[in-house]
Design a protein around this ligand. Structure first.
Ligand code: SF4
Length: 229
């Protein structure tokens, strides 16, 4: 199965806007996002590095809740996971935005731009679609294609529903999440693919949008998700 986006953002933007869960308010209407290591401080009207979160009148708003740019039934090996339900498939969805700036990004059309066609879906619709694909080997939902971490609120809500429905959740991510967000996701995600984008600072510097020192810190401190369980 592969579906093309159909509405080009045709529904009102307000419908996909929700207040971010992880941020704090600072003086003069400034907000500070606490979702990823960038910790963007945003004046009213400003947008974060990921381009998905905006300060709207002193509140941090995630502007792409449920906005799906890509939806496909993929082999689990395409995530790529080789020892997790081999031979099965997984409903894979992507949205828009990313908190890195890798020059070699394969999915730059949706990761580095936000004016791309999207379809608005609910978490319930995603889970129902995954359940209906069971006969085609579907074992759950993968959050992938763009950086799913910047869609934290929708990923958490969908993963929670999927878990309740007996489905598995897979996260394909650059791992750039702060510890508070990781702790909320870890009990919900059954398998992680955390991509290391580069090993040298010279290469990673551009990926990390100039914030090399902070990136990956929660994972380095904890040694990866295996030690969190
Ligand atoms: S998710 Fe990261 S890049 Fe996006 S606004 Fe928050 S701190 Fe900035």
């Amino acid at each position: 199965m592969a579906e093309e986006p159909e509405n080009g953002g045709g529904r009102p933007e307000e419908k996909r806007s929700v207040e971010a869960r992880l941020y704090q308010r600072l003086p003069d209407g400034v907000v500070q996002c606490r979702l990823c290591p960038h910790q963007c401080r945003l004046r009213p009207g400003a947008v974060g590095i990921c381009r998905t979160r905006r300060n709207v009148d002193g509140r941090l708003i995630y502007q792409f809740y449920g906005a799906v740019s890509s939806l496909a039934l993929d082999p689990i090996e395409k995530k790529p996971l080789y020892h997790f339900h081999p031979g099965k498939t997984i409903l894979s969805l992507g949205s828009v935005g990313c908190n890195l700036r890798c020059g070699f990004c394969q999915n730059w059309e949706i990761a580095q731009a936000v004016d791309v066609p999207t379809r608005l879906v609910s978490s319930e619709e995603v889970v129902q679609a995954a359940l209906e694909l069971a006969e085609e080997g579907c074992i759950g939902v993968a959050y992938t294609y763009n950086e799913p971490a910047v869609g934290f609120e929708f990923v958490v809500d969908t993963a929670r529903l999927a878990r309740e429905a007996g489905l598995d959740n897979v996260m394909v991510t650059n791992g750039e999440l702060e510890e508070e967000a990781l702790r909320e996701l870890l009990p919900l995600i059954d398998a992680w693919n955390v991509d290391v984008k580069a090993l040298r600072r010279s290469a990673t510097g551009s990926c990390a949008a100039g914030r090399w020192r902070r990136c990956g810190a929660p994972w380095r401190r904890r040694g990866g998700p295996a030690t969190w369980r």
